[in-house]
Write a protein that binds this ligand. Structure first.
Ligand SMILES: Nc1ncnc2c1ncn2[C@@H]1O[C@H](COP(=O)(O)OP(=O)(O)OP(=O)(O)O)[C@@H](O)[C@H]1O
Length: 314
């Protein structure tokens, strides 16, 4: 099966190391969620994959061959900065872009009609792009990425600013494209969406991939978590237990992480019962947001200047 391979990409901007030997691959038919803090290097990676930017070293390959200019014509790309002509009509613009990618005039028109229909902007074909709301412009932007029936999709934050219905439309289009055999990479900060939609997730930090796998795989590499609702327990009751970490407390409910020892959670339950009745005791499945926080927890809110710290995969 062909795959898109990002192989050891490095990129510096002056003294700033934006990408540090970044590698991952996305297989045919796979949706890959590319996540990481602001400034982690996602857009830089996607721009290099598209040839908009040159890497200092490393290579991007599609189906085993370097992604040259010709192969890049087969990629559908949604840039973060978007790239539509504001004063051109939606329909004309999409036909124009499809023609640029080599479609005949009639095929380009048919494709424009199809994608504007699927993405719910058929009624706006005659409007200048600038007259559309931001969400509708984004739908057109996705149509622009799809209009030449690309083999690979690379989308930089395609979901930002979309209403829930548009998110559903966009999600089903990405799934349908992947089912048709395209590798689909998209970046997003909406981790619930990434968790729902992606076959695999890569977490990038300071230009390096720190965690890679399906959400289930990422989850299985973390210690078991338990929710304990013990109304009579004093504050911080679980923290003194050996091998137990309190992750959060919400009123009488505490989430703890226990060690890998067999029946480690039983010691927590016994300790909770020693304080009085226990209303709830249940295993917790960490969400992708929890897993992400775990990986990047000691970072500040933004990482605009990647350092050299490396976090081992959670
Ligand atoms: N043209 C540029 N010149 C100098 N530095 C740049 C340039 N483009 C990006 N950077 C820096 O490179 C790093 C990676 O930026 P990049 O845009 O790839 O991050 P990102 O993961 O896409 O972030 P975000 O989630 O905020 O979009 C950042 O520190 C950024 O400030």
């Amino acid at each position: 099966m062909p795959s898109l391979e990002i192989d050891s990409l490095s990129k510096t901007y002056g003294a700033l190391r934006a990408l540090d030997s970044l590698s991952f691959s996305v297989g045919s038919g796979e949706i890959f969620g590319f996540v990481g803090s602001n400034g982690a290097g996602k857009s830089t990676t996607m721009r290099i994959a598209l040839g908009v930017l040159t890497a200092d070293s490393g290579e991007v390959r599609w189906d085993g061959r370097p992604l040259d200019l010709e192969a890049r014509r087969r990629v559908g790309y949604m840039p973060e900065e978007r790239g539509l002509y504001p004063k051109m009509k939606v329909g004309e613009q999409l036909v124009y872009l499809a023609r640029l990618h080599g479609l005949t005039s009639s095929a380009a028109t048919a494709s424009m009609e199809r994608w504007t229909e699927v993405l719910g902007v058929a009624g706006r074909r005659g409007d200048d792009v600038q007259k559309l709301s931001l969400g509708n412009q984004q739908r057109v932007q996705l149509a622009a990425a799809l209009v030449h029936d690309p083999d690979v999709l690379i989308l930089d934050e395609p979901f930002s600013g979309l209403d829930p219905v548009a998110v559903d439309v966009m999600s089903s289009v990405l799934r349908e494209r992947a089912d048709a055999g395209a590798p689909v990479i998209f970046s997003s900060h909406q981790l619930d969406l990434v968790e729902r939609l992606c076959d695999r997730v890569g977490i990038i930090k300071a230009g390096s991939m720190v965690t890679l796998g399906s959400v289930a795989e990422l989850r299985s590499s973390t210690a078991p978590r338990w929710l304990v609702d013990a109304p009579g327990a004093p504050p911080g009751w679980a923290s003194a237990l050996p091998g137990v970490t309190t992750l959060s407390t919400d009123g009488t409910r505490t989430v703890v992480e226990v060690g890998a020892a067999p029946d480690a959670e039983q010691a927590v339950l016994r300790a909770a019962l020693a304080t009085g009745p226990v209303r709830e005791f249940a295993p917790q499945r960490p969400s992708l947001t929890d897993l992400y926080r775990h990986v990047v927890s000691h970072e500040a809110e933004t990482t605009d200047a990647p350092g050299s710290t490396t976090v081992s995969a959670a």
